[in-house]
Design a protein around this ligand. Structure first.
Ligand code: SAH
Length: 456
């Protein structure tokens, strides 16, 4: 398994600085199941080639494999050691990690410098046919050339294999080239050897930054990257589209005002405008809305309720409740409960909020929630938001029928939400006003919708 990177940038030996590997030395780094050697068959000011050669130990590979393979034979007879596949991505991080992350202390100006590159990958597995190569690399600006290898040289009649010798040419910064290879090689391979975890979402978003968001095949790439594990691919796709998914384990992402933050901001503004002094946040999750509300002195009493104990634990941490001063503890409290059960603790607030909660309830439980929230708690103001299902077509990855979050029980179109709001308003004596949240698109509206109910 070998990756060859050649540049004719002048002086071409600058490649050695960028890769943090000196052209005169053979270097070896350890991988989990073998070694990677880095060497330069050619290094002159005119042309420089760096090679990354993988030496995968088939026996170690089998030993390290945590999943039982279906057959013993597959254990020892497989293509992994001999082809360019997802191991190459691991090797790229190990051998060229600094270059991949755009670090070059010796010559920082080289990091963003576009350089003419030719990349050769021998025996690259292209599961899905060689036409994928153009589909994946073409939109990124690469000229692709490939030779499809026969299944067995001795028996041409057997036809062609999934393996190709690939040559790519492009002028771009090295870190962009490496990030393309890092993501696309395992996608082509379709047999990612490592376990997929939630952390891979962060990795994909980081390595795909600046190109994957706009790639015409981004949906396909993401699904393959996560081996079609929808819980990860859907979330990654949403985040590529600029929305923060609402998974409870979601780490804070405070860099951009993403859709969820816009939603929270809108809820904050509506609560503020209502003049409420006390607010109960139902389905408070990790306490993001409470955190916003805490910053404003208008809100003298704040309470969060959620059905999930672990979400409440996170909220407690995020709001630093354990080590809070007594005054804050007076002002802010949390408790566990469900919006579908009658509960005296829900009474006496000026306003209730339910931000992206209703779609987590089973539809047949809605009348129970309506009675509890609108009928019994019955505060002067209720602020409630939910996704707009019509907008889902904008997220290319999601078919219109797919929901945005695996735990969503339903998602409403704008008319469906309006009908529900008006029906409940009518029944329990509330006026309702609905506004869109997030960028509006001509046919389908905004990604989210928020209603404020005011008691008549
Ligand atoms: N409002 C938060 C969290 C939204 S995620 C925010 O905007 O950041 C949906 C939350 O609703 C989850 O925390 C989930 O535990 C909670 N939830 C689901 N069903 C519930 C129920 N019956 N009662 C109360 N909370 C519920």
């Amino acid at each position: 398994m070998i990756l060859e990177i050649t540049t004719t940038y002048q002086p071409a030996t600058d490649l050695g600085y960028l890769l943090h590997k000196h052209p005169d030395k053979l270097q070896t780094v350890a991988l989990s199941t073998g070694k990677a050697h880095i060497f330069y068959p050619e290094a002159s000011p005119e042309i420089c080639t760096a090679c990354l050669m993988l030496d995968i130990n088939p026996v170690e590979l089998v030993r390290s494999r945590k999943s039982p393979s279906p057959t013993l034979q597959e254990h020892y007879v497989n293509d992994r050691p001999y082809t360019s596949n997802s191991f190459l991505s691991s090797a790229i991080t190990k051998a060229f990690g600094s270059a991949l992350n755009g670090k070059c202390n010796a010559r920082p100006e080289l990091v963003d410098t576009p350089m003419p590159f030719t990349v050769k990958l021998a025996s690259l597995k292209a599961d899905g046919g060689p036409e994928l190569l153009e589909k994946l690399f073409g939109p990124l600006g690469y000229a692709t050339q490939f030779e499809q290898l026969p299944l067995d040289e001795r028996f041409p009649g057997w036809g062609l294999s999934k393996y190709v010798n690939l040559e790519l040419r492009h002028t771009l910064p090295l870190k962009a080239l490496l990030s393309h290879l890092y993501v696309l090689i395992p996608v082509l391979d379709n047999d990612k050897h490592f376990w997929i975890s939630r952390n891979d979402i962060e990795i994909l978003l980081q390595k795909g930054q600046g190109w994957l968001e706009d790639h015409p095949e981004k949906e396909w790439i993401t699904r393959r990257y996560f081996k079609n594990l929808r819980r990860y691919s859907n979330e990654a796709l949403l985040r590529l589209a600029g929305e923060e998914a609402l998974a409870p384990e979601e780490p804070e992402n405070a860099v951009t005002l993403n859709l969820h933050q816009q939603r929270l901001q809108k809820a904050f503004e509506l609560l503020k405008a209502s003049g409420a002094g006390s607010v109960l946040d139902l389905g408070c999750g990790e306490g993001k809305l409470l955190k916003l509300l805490l910053q404003d002195g208008q809100f003298k009493k704040l309470t969060g309720m959620d059905v999930s104990f672990s979400s409440l634990q996170k909220a407690k941490e995020n709001l630093h409740l354990s080590d809070a001063a007594p005054a804050l503890r007076e002002r802010l409290s949390l408790f566990q409960g469900s919006v579908t059960y009658q509960d005296e603790r829900l009474s006496g607030y000026d306003a209730l909020a339910m931000v992206e909660v209703i779609e987590h309830l089973d539809e047949e439980r809605l009348p129970a929630m309506e009675k509890v929230v609108f009928g019994l708690a019955s505060p002067p103001t209720i602020v409630l938001s939910t996704p707009n299902a019509e907008y889902n077509v904008i997220y290319q990855k999601l078919q219109a029928e797919d929901f945005r979050h695996e735990d969503h029980r339903f998602e409403w179109s704008r008319p469906e939400f309006r009908n529900w709001c008006e029906k409940v308003g009518e029944q329990y004596g509330y006026r309702v006003s609905i506004s869109p949240v997030g960028p509006e698109e001509p046919e389908v509206g905004a990604p989210s919708q928020i209603a404020v109910f005011t008691k008549k």
